[in-house]
Design a protein around this ligand. Structure first.
Ligand code: UDP
Length: 473
């Protein structure tokens, strides 16, 4: 290839932190290998990103009020209620025209866009630009969802709680209907079902898929996805390990609701592997009763903890935690109300376990840090990720949630919280589990390092994109 121009790639993440953060990481990764990376987003999201990266950012106006959302509501985490997500998708669709104007002007060599912009495959097609899709989840979840859509095994059970096997997967994995939104999936004419159907169709028409995972983590599922489902995919993760020092980790994502260095100092004072980190991602929040059960469960476990709280009932009295809780746990427990510097915390040697909602980024960040997990899935594809963690990788303990819900409707008692936390943190079985998790953490870092499997796959992709590029005339 005599063409020595750097590749120019556009990255177009969906405006939710669980999509934005890994896409920015991928853009950084490409840039570190000589690609000219540009992130396309809306003004407010550009502000979040600009402290993480010096990459070029281009903004598109977001017309929130046009669809009846509050002005300036540019990220899913700003929605006044999770039910407004469809309005948010409507507003996201309005980005198509200005996005196409930008493509026409700049003609990048490739577009990597989010699964939730299904129309972007047509936008790229208009200018003969290859589009890669980013799902933001595991090979395992993609394979499992594809199997459910194709074989509909849930039709054979009569109740929501009766387990069925997900057909044809490399392992025997059981689920129940209550763990995903079957009704919504079935109706492809509207709502979630339509969105998923559109996303799937646009994925099939794309140049390929970029996956934030690493081959050694889920080899059977990576192979299944590529060879059985015939999808063209490149595996470039875990992308969060590109943050080399504390300051870079602090700058990732939103501004912390705690003094980052105080948090580090607190961790310094604890024994290795003695702290459990409890966080449910950027979107989930709990009613006050559930928060109280988490508080008491953590307290009763006797384990040190850092707990990130997001409350669904913003109104009401401020003393929603059990009386005297924060005094009693002073020294052994740290509460963060709002955004936590998650990767900074997970990577600290004092942290020895992670209570997670199984959002894929969190799950993979926990794996990369070599941590065993308590799995507490809530919505989206989190119940699938739970299965990977507990049944396939065997590095997790289920807290016992049975039902998909956006706001923690399936209440978990304090006894269950205490039991699961102790199971992951204390005892011989816990040590064995931690050993397996540590091993995966090493494999994760090796995969992303120079000449590791993800590094090689990234270069395979870049080589292919260079060949595909329109020659200089
Ligand atoms: N995150 C963080 N601090 C928080 C909450 C979340 O840094 O207080 C980051 C987390 O490290 C991850 C992302 O936000 O990279 C959340 O993505 P995930 O897929 O885990 O869950 P989602 O937010 O999409 O439900």
């Amino acid at each position: 290839d005599s063409d020595s121009r750097p590749l120019r790639v556009f990255f177009f993440p969906f405006m939710a932190h669980g999509h934005l953060i890994p896409m920015v990481d991928i853009a950084r990764l490409f840039s570190s290998q000589g690609v000219h990376s540009t992130i396309i987003t809306t003004p407010l999201n550009a502000n979040y990103i600009s402290k993480t990266t010096s990459l070029s950012i281009k903004t598109l106006p977001f017309q929130a009020s046009k669809v009846g959302l509050p002005d300036g509501c540019e990220n899913v985490d700003m929605l006044p209620s999770p039910d407004l997500i469809f309005k948010f998708f409507q507003a996201a669709n309005l980005l198509q025209k200005p996005f196409e104007n930008l493509l026409e002007l700049e003609k990048p060599d490739c577009l990597i866009s989010d699964i939730f912009f299904p129309w972007s495959v047509d936008s790229a097609g208009k200018f003969n630009i290859p589009r890669l899709v980013f799902h933001g989840t595991s090979f395992f979840a993609m394979c499992a969802m594809e199997s459910l859509k194709t074989h509909k095994p849930y039709k054979s059970v009569s109740t929501d709680s009766e387990p069925f096997v997900i057909p044809n997967l490399p392992d025997e994995i059981k689920m129940t209907k209550s763990q995903f939104t079957v009704d919504a999936w079935e109706d492809t004419e509207k709502g979630v079902g339509k969105l998923l159907a559109d996303a799937r169709a646009s994925g099939l028409r794309s140049f390929g898929v970029v996956v934030n995972s690493f081959y050694e983590l889920e080899p059977a599922y990576a192979d299944y996805y590529k060879n059985v489902l015939n999808m063209k995919a490149w595996c470039v993760g875990p992308v969060s390990v590109c943050y080399r020092n504390d300051e870079e980790k602090i700058a990732r994502g939103k501004k912390s609701a705690i003094d980052d260095h105080e948090c580090l100092k607190w961790l310094e004072g604890k024994q290795p592997d003695s702290v459990v980190y409890v966080c449910f991602g950027s979107g989930a929040s709990f009613p006050d009763e559930q928060l109280r059960d988490i508080a008491l469960g953590l307290e009763d476990s006797g384990v040190n903890f850092i707990w990130v709280i997001r409350r669904s009932s913003e109104s009401g009295s401020e003393d929603y935690l059990p009386e005297g809780f924060e005094d009693r746990v002073e020294g052994s427990g740290l509460v963060i109300r709002g955004w936590a510097p998650q990767v900074l915390i997970l990577d600290h040697p004092s942290v020895g376990g992670f209570v997670t909602h199984c959002g894929w980024n969190s799950a993979l960040e926990g794996i990369s840090a070599g941590l065993p997990m308590v799995t507490w899935p809530l919505f989206a594809e989190q119940f699938f990720n739970q299965k990977l963690i507990t049944d396939v990788l065997k590095i997790g303990v289920e807290v016992g949630v049975q039902k998909w819900s956006r706001n923690g409707e399936d209440r978990v008692t304090k006894e269950k919280v205490e039991k699961a936390v102790r199971a992951v943190m204390v005892g011989e079985v816990a040590e064995e589990r931690r050993g397996r998790a540590r091993q995966l953490g090493k494999l994760a870092k090796n995969a992303a390092a120079k000449d590791g499997s993800s590094f090689i796959d990234l270069h395979n992709l870049l080589d292919e994109l260079k060949l595909r590029r329109v020659p200089l005339s």
